[in-house]
Ligand binder design. Structure first.
Ligand code: ADP
Length: 479
């Protein structure tokens, strides 16, 4: 199989080395995978200039020409999905099958937005007076800048880059320090299929703050898009204010997963497991608080325990793995700290709650905690690990108010069968995305994004393209 390992920055179609390098490791083994160029603020400026230089040529292409190139990039990702998946699994830890799933998922945004590029319409407005006509055209925002996290090393990039390119924008990307190889492999494929130089640029770095300052403050950058923690997102949004950039922010969540007394318990357990253990619980839409109506609590926990006993934890390249290692020691420490705090405040550990040392220091057991309360840290912070923390509630109103009792509003989930309840609860939960009897809700056709402190803007769907477009109202007089 061909190698897709690139270790230098990618600017204006060229691979740019640096003297200073940083190490990328395999979290399952601790082994060094590569030493990657460590970009700095000057390199970030160079990338922005390259994107600026490429902009006029790219935006002048017809939507069809841009769509054709995006489809070639999409096809190339699929053709190389095995190699891309193995690379991702090695640097990120997720099982190879799940990593290949992410490549397909990531590529699907490129395909979707290739289609959207060709369906980008303006509007003819009602006539205000007989001597005038007004209409709206959509135009690319301009140079975009993106900062992405390590939990989805491919898809977090494609769902920003694909709509940007579809709209006629060029882009600079700072991939995460922990998983730059998946990002640079995407650059290689983009270059091979003929996406013009400077349209996509990648600046790997350990100097996130310095590079982030260039991306958020450079006057040539018109749009900044970020996925990561709420605290960093807030700081970056503030930095963008000086030049009034458009922003899209996909930030942290604290997703409730509510099991009402009319839920099908089997479905609830199955969907919770699908939702919770994807990427070992390291996703921003993982169920963080499991709220179970008192009357079905014992039956639910009993079923859940049975299912947890079947979960297989192993290195990502083993067979039939449910999940692999957490990303690093900090992630393990965070999970243990939250568990300790919860237990000190009265939560009960039903199963798990330990590092699986026989596998390595970053593998954590599937964990079930009951008697959790809303005041505990584990119910207020993102766990980002394979821990199910169960609380109870008495009736529908209390379930909803508990679920909404958080500054976050990314995903929410609930299980119920009564259709009037489904309607009522759907309208009242404060979140950007809702799964009803469904724990897997991400798709390129869907609008991904949050309300409250979980962010601004949407990715995927037709709304995802609008994030990279300006709306220009034109009035023609003299009739
Ligand atoms: P996570 O917990 O997912 O790592 P972060 O918000 O820390 O969340 O990181 C998400 C992305 O933001 C990463 O690419 C990281 O390098 C980058 N990042 C972190 N701090 C800053 C900062 N001060 N300025 C710019 N980028 C940052």
């Amino acid at each position: 199989m061909r190698s897709l390992v690139q270790t230098n920055a990618f600017i204006d179609g060229h691979w740019i080395p640096t003297d200073k390098r940083f190490v990328v490791t395999n979290p399952a083994t601790g082994e060094t995978l590569a030493e990657v160029a460590d970009g700095d603020a000057a390199m970030a400026e160079r990338a922005v200039e390259a994107a600026h230089k490429a902009l006029s040529h790219w935006r002048e292409k017809t939507p069809k020409q841009r769509a054709d190139l995006l489809r070639r990039w999409y096809q190339s990702m699929l053709d190389n999905k095995q190699a891309l998946g193995e690379l991702m699994s090695a640097e990120q830890g997720k099982p190879i099958a799940e990593a290949i799933g992410e490549i397909e998922y990531g590529a699907s945004f490129v395909d979707w937005f290739a289609g959207e590029a060709e369906r980008c319409y303006g509007d003819i407005l009602p006539t205000v007076s007989n001597d005038k006509r007004s209409w709206i055209i959509k135009q690319p925002v301009g140079v975009c800048a993106a900062i992405t996290p390590w939990n989805f090393p491919n898809a977090m990039i494609t769902r920003k880059v694909a709509p940007a390119l579809a709209a006629g924008c060029t882009i600079v990307v700072k991939p995460p320090q922990l998983t730059p190889l998946s990002a640079l492999a995407l650059a290689q494929l983009a270059s091979e299929v003929g996406i013009p130089d400077g349209v996509i640029n990648f600046v790997p770095t350990t100097q996130a703050k310095e590079v982030g300052e260039v991306f958020t403050q450079h006057p040539r950058v018109k749009k900044f898009t970020f996925t990561g923690s709420t605290s960093v997102g807030k700081a970056l949004m503030e930095q963008c204010a000086q030049t009034m950039k458009k922003v899209s922010l996909e930030l942290g969540g604290n997703a409730p997963f509510i099991v009402f007394d009319d839920a099908d318990i089997e479905v609830a357990v199955r969907e919770l497991i699908a939702c919770k253990f994807r990427n070992a619980g390291q996703t921003c839409i993982s169920a963080n608080r499991v709220l179970v109506q008192e009357s079905v609590h014992d039956a639910f926990v009993e079923e859940l325990e049975k299912s947890l006993a079947t979960i297989k934890v192993a290195p990502g390249d083993a067979d039939e793995v449910d999940y692999g290692p957490l990303i690093n020691k900090d992630a393990i420490d965070k999970v243990e700290e939250l568990l300790k705090d919860a237990q000190q405040h009265g939560a009960k550990l039903v199963t798990g709650g330990k590092v699986l040392t026989e596998l390595g220091e970053l593998f954590y057991a599937p964990t079930l905690l009951t008697e959790v309360t809303q005041a505990m840290r584990i119910a207020q912070e993102e766990i980002f690990g394979p821990v199910i923390a169960v609380q109870t509630f008495t009736d529908e109103a209390q379930g909803i108010s508990r679920a909404n009792d958080t500054p976050f509003g990314l995903a929410g989930y609930f299980c119920a069968q009564d259709y009037t309840r489904i309607q009522r609860v759907s309208e009242q939960l404060e979140c950007g995305m809702l799964g009803i009897n469904a724990g897997a809700i991400s798709h390129a056709y869907n609008a991904f994004g949050g309300v409250k402190e979980s962010g601004i803007g949407r990715e995927g769907s037709r709304y995802g393209l609008a994030e990279y477009q300006e709306t220009k109202n034109i009035t023609l007089g003299g009739f």
